[in-house]
Ligand binder design. Structure first.
Ligand SMILES: Cc1cc2nc3c(=O)[nH]c(=O)nc-3n(C[C@H](O)[C@H](O)[C@H](O)COP(=O)(O)OP(=O)(O)OC[C@H]3O[C@@H](n4cnc5c(N)ncnc54)[C@H](O)[C@@H]3O)c2cc1C
Length: 417
């Protein structure tokens, strides 16, 4: 079923009885050419591009819960291409281009909104670093504008510019950055993959990976054994646990990241803003809630909820930046499990086991990567060659030390990520 304005009108006039489920709910088959473990944003987009760009449709996505119930439906939805290191720059640039055509490609409204991102800076040194980053973005073909204090004030009049401790010197403006509705992205890719014949199997937990003589043969699941010629592990915060089923120890730590949403308010904040002197970033959802977040809780955990010290830090940073936020009531907060890599950059690679592929290490920035990650991972799984936008995301860089992309990790500007 194609979605269109005309269809909405027709369904409205005929009692909305003609809508069909957006995807089927099939039982698993005994065998597939490709099995993707994980029905989050990256797993679903991989399945979509395998079918749409490589004609591979004998594919199953195995999801232990429901589609989009992981981090893809838990994040603060910021989309940007503002990385500065070769390897990352071209990848996120590729992702931003895919975002810009995504709704047409999927025939699905993911509410992509290029409302612009402004990263604030608060010292001369920080201005220099942002100027360098902006130049790298422009060299990559993306957009960046360095604003002085008055330039920022015109766009964001409600910030506290005069406070003595962290006065705002200016901001790096990335107009093509923005947000999208997170779970709609999962649903759009799910529908795209399903309509091409991919089986999306929910409530199907992978409990083991079958390997014979160094070659993958299939998976054990809560719904029985499934044979497969190729298997992709795309499980974000659970990457270490699932890779351990294949005897692999990954350079990944799982950490909690929290987000917060207030009651619905009148439209006030029409950009994404990040504070340069504390870990705090904010935007306003289309429903009116202020959506904001901070840093990791800084201890490894598989709990999808956070602790109070980080909630307090986020509240303090928000109050410092925009005291008006103190009047809003926080309605919800939650945590997601982040797959943190040592250099802050992801892994899209084959493994030493034939037929087993790995996609992980997205840290707290994997939502904006969903289109390019799926696109590049599908290319790798279909052709056994890395996509030209993802050649640097090799697993062995953590063994050899060559090609590390230390874009962030524990660097001084972790608030940019
Ligand atoms: C609070 C928060 C804010 C964030 N903000 C941003 C942001 O503003 N911008 C940005 O770019 N990124 C952001 N992120 C990061 C982003 O959400 C993640 O990097 C990204 O969603 C991870 O990829 P995914 O969507 O595939 O993960 P998930 O949606 O977590 O998908 C993984 C799936 O694997 C499934 N799974 C796990 N184990 C098994 C198994 N054994 N068998 C079968 N299935 C299994 C899980 O159930 C899950 O559905 C944020 C994350 C959080 C938590």
């Amino acid at each position: 079923m194609r979605y269109s304005g005309l269809n909405v009108l027709w369904q409205g006039l005929t009692g909305n009885k003609g809508w069909r489920p957006a995807w089927r709910n099939p039982d698993p088959k005994p065998e597939y050419d490709i099995v993707i473990i994980g029905g989050g944003g990256h797993g679903l987009s991989t399945a979509h591009y395998l079918a749409a760009e490589h004609g591979l449709t004998n594919v199953a996505v195995l999801e232990k819960g429901y589609l989009g119930g992981g981090n893809v439906g838990r994040n603060t939805t910021i989309i940007r291409a503002n990385y500065s290191l070769p390897g990352n720059s071209e990848f996120y640039s590729h992702s931003l281009e895919l975002w810009e055509g995504l709704e047409q490609a999927l025939n699905y409204n993911v509410m992509h909104s290029q409302r612009g991102i402004i990263n604030l800076f608060h010292s001369d040194g920080q201005r220099d670093a942002f100027a360098r980053r902006g130049n790298a973005m422009i060299n990559q073909g993306d957009d960046a504008i360095l604003l002085d204090r008055e330039g920022v004030r015109k766009m964001l009049p409600y910030l506290d510019y005069e406070q003595a401790r962290f006065p705002i010197y200016g901001g790096l403006y990335h107009p093509r950055g923005g947000t999208a509705r997170h779970d709609a992205v999962a649903w759009g890719y799910a529908r795209g993959a399903d309509s091409r014949g991919v089986d999306l199997i929910q409530n199907c937990e992978v409990t083991g990976i079958d390997i014979e003589n160094g070659v993958v043969k299939g998976v054990q699941t809560s719904r029985g054994a499934i044979r497969a010629k190729k298997i992709g592990i795309v499980v974000a915060g659970r990457s270490s646990q699932v890779a351990a089923m294949a005897g692999m120890r990954l350079p990944i730590e799982s950490h909690v990241l929290q987000a917060f949403v207030t009651e619905g308010l009148k439209p006030t904040i029409d950009h994404v803003i990040s504070f340069g002197m504390g870990h705090f970033y904010i935007s306003q959802s289309d429903k009116g809630g202020l959506v904001f977040g901070g840093d990791l809780d800084f201890y490894p955990s598989y709990a999808a909820r956070g602790n109070l010290p980080m909630a307090e830090h986020v509240a303090e940073a928000g109050m410092t930046l925009m005291p008006m936020i103190g009047k809003a009531k926080t309605l919800r907060s939650w945590g997601g499990i982040m797959d943190m890599s040592p250099d802050g950059s992801p892994i899209i690679d084959r493994t030493h086991i034939e037929g087993l592929y790995l996609n992980c290490g997205w840290c707290y920035g994997g939502f904006k990567a969903v289109p390019a990650s799926g696109n590049c991972f599908a290319h790798l799984m279909a052709t056994d060659r890395p996509h030209e936008a993802a050649t640097g995301f090799r697993l062995d860089r953590f063994n050899t030390g060559h090609g590390l992309m230390d874009e962030e990790a524990t660097g001084a500007q972790h608030n940019l990520h």
